[in-house]
Design a protein around this ligand. Sequence first.
Ligand code: NDP
Length: 446
Amino acid sequence: MKKLQGIYNQVLKRDSNEPEFLQAVKVIFESLEPVAEKYPEFLEDGIFSRIVEPERTIMFRVPWVNDKNEVVVNRGYRVQFNSAIGPYKGGLRFHPSVNLGIIKFLGFEQTFKNSLTGLPMGGGKGGSDFDPKGKSDREVMRFCQSFMFELSKHIGENTDVPAGDIGVGGREIGYLFGMYKKMNNNFTGVLTGKGLPFGGSLARTEATGYGLCYFVEEALKDMAGKSFQGSTVVVSGAGNVAIYATEKAQQLGAKVVAMSDSSGYIYDKNGIDLAAVKKIKEEEHKRIKEYVKDHPDAVYTPGCSGIWSIPCDIALPCATQNELDENAAKTLVKNGCFAVGEGANMPSTPEAIDTFLKNHIIFTPAKASNAGGVAVSGLEMAQNSMRLSWSFEEVDKKLHDIMINIYKNASTTAKEFGYENNLVIGANIAGFMKVARAMKAQGITY
Ligand code: NDP
């Protein structure tokens, strides 16, 4: 880093206790050096120093009463990062690891991802350190109601439209939406990922995983003349993104041989029986190790990182941030893996990304390849505004087109700046340019 080092140093000083946020800023700034060279007006207008500072950060107390009649206090967050190109948009994460730095890194990344979709959405993210695991439905409901009681003051269909993320699925969105509607006496598309009977979009559940595969398929075809057909795939995670990435990879002719949860991973040489995984994770909310009970050829191994030692052609990390480190990356390369598609947000460490790029692995960065979820959220907002609902095929077709466009945009931009086939740089620059131009056009707002 040269031109942007001073601004990065300031972020380093101000946010030294937010390692994930610093990591995200560093990766973006490294990609944006050529932009800072080519467009000095962005530096003059303070675009880079403004873009790393959220427009607004809201932190709040979330008190609720558990089934034992005890008062529990969690912490809630909403970081409204950037509204240059549209209302803030981004998910809510409920997980004990949630803190301000994690929400900021996610909101920062979201700004560029949303820009890449081509839809008018700014960037935001929120959540809480609440852990839905092991809680009764009523506990989750009371927590969601208390969380929304405060959040509702800060969101709106034209202001900020949250969605789900880790720990926030259809059940939580339903409770959050019910509370918002009750408080505001207003049936409006203030959240996405809603249930189908109350304004949800068909294909939203599948969108991130399907979109990931559409993106990777295009990258494989364009960069190497390859495809999912006949390939062996490893997918980490067994949540929303992982399940629908597995489904689409299988539909495209791949054999997915492994999946995981936060306790361990399963390897099934016959190919994962996805119906069984869906039953365990979506219906029964149990651990993935249950899979081996009915699949005698499958093996369960405790611990998560070992999943990357399974030989595969394509790896799809779909669990969480920094789940794939340098050692794992080297193992994948050694085993002949030729493509890595990020489904989770920032699942690869910077060292792992370097390893992939140095070894000419096709590497698709999260903000481009997992943008399908937020893209269909944008389509849900459009349907809500028009009081219409499109068919599954219609939404899926639009999702497919959006993912291909994102690929083309990232790929062309990389080439234009002299980094052919480097989709990290291509996606970062393409996502940045639209936001930066909008910020510049709108002036230095006070
Ligand atoms: P879910 O909560 O549905 O699933 C997360 C899955 O990952 C769970 O199976 C969880 O296991 C597992 N997991 C968590 N930590 C690890 C780990 N260290 N190793 C292996 N598995 C682990 O979340 P989503 O599928 O929605 O989100 C996954 C990722 O995708 C996140 O990074 C999220 O930000 C990102 N994302 C999600 C989008 C969406 O539309 N849902 C959109 C764009 C990005 P367990 O069951 O044990 O908890």
